[in-house]
Design a binder for this molecule. Structure first.
Ligand SMILES: Nc1ncnc2c1ncn2[C@@H]1O[C@H](COP(=O)(O)OP(=O)(O)OP(=O)(O)O)[C@@H](O)[C@H]1O
Length: 208
């Protein structure tokens, strides 16, 4: 399939590793360069959420049929509701000339690797589990049990992130300034006006 527009960017990493922090900086510096795809979900809309804007609201039956037709890049179920990114949603961002950013977990990354999306794959790595715990506690967004669960998951995610061939680059988020500089450099080297065959693939063999 011939894909138009810049290559999508996947940001993956444990909860609290700093994906949103880095993305916020990127969007601040380049407000018109990046866009997010609109995900599908089978959960009902919350107040103020608009169909086609915040999510594409759909039913379980429709979504499963669509997945079976190969129309989704990745999907997952959280607390009984399905969520996923359709190929069309990414293409819509891409057509505008923006880099489509996907903030997905490792299961999503594994699925995306089996499609023809060919994104740049970035893994954001915390300096240590202890530091990750400190940051999550300081963020103060989770109850103890949820926090424990996130830290347990983080150990598995870091293992996957560090395996050679899983990502084009591993960015250690030690200080935000350093991590951001690294991300910025990687993106400018690999996204700018280049198509599918970029330096990232020449230098790194990414395993499917
Ligand atoms: N280099 C850093 N040094 C210190 N604190 C940081 C650093 N990077 C991020 N933080 C802080 O750590 C917390 C987690 O960061 P952030 O919310 O960006 O993580 P995330 O990967 O987007 O998490 P989630 O997947 O849960 O959305 C935030 O409070 C953020 O301000």
């Amino acid at each position: 399939m011939v894909q138009k527009g810049p290559r999508p960017l996947v940001l993956c990493g444990p909860s609290g590793s700093g994906k949103s922090t880095l993305l916020k900086r990127l969007l601040k510096e380049f407000p018109d360069k990046f866009g997010f795809s609109v995900s599908h979900t089978t959960r009902g809309p919350r107040s103020g959420e608009k169909d086609g804007v915040h999510y594409h609201f759909t039913t379980k039956e429709e979504m499963m049929a669509s997945i079976a037709r190969g129309e989704f890049l990745e999907s997952a179920t959280f607390s009984g509701n399905m969520y996923g990114t359709s190929k069309r949603a990414v293409e819509e961002v891409r057509r505008t000339g923006k880099v489509c950013v996907l903030d997905i977990d490792i299961e999503g990354v594994k699925q995306v690797k089996n499609t023809d999306l060919n994104p740049l794959l970035v893994f954001v790595m915390p300096p240590s589990i202890d530091e990750l715990e400190r940051r999550l506690r300081a963020r103060n967004t989770e109850h103890e049990e949820a926090l424990r669960k996130r830290l347990d998951t983080a150990i598995r995610e870091i293992e996957f992130g560090q395996q050679p061939g899983n990502f084009h680059i591993i960015i250690l988020n030690d200080t935000v300034d350093k991590a951001y500089a690294e991300l910025r450099e990687f993106i400018t080297q690999n996204v700018e006006d280049k198509d599918q065959d970029t330096v990232a693939d020449e230098n790194n063999s990414i395993e499917k």
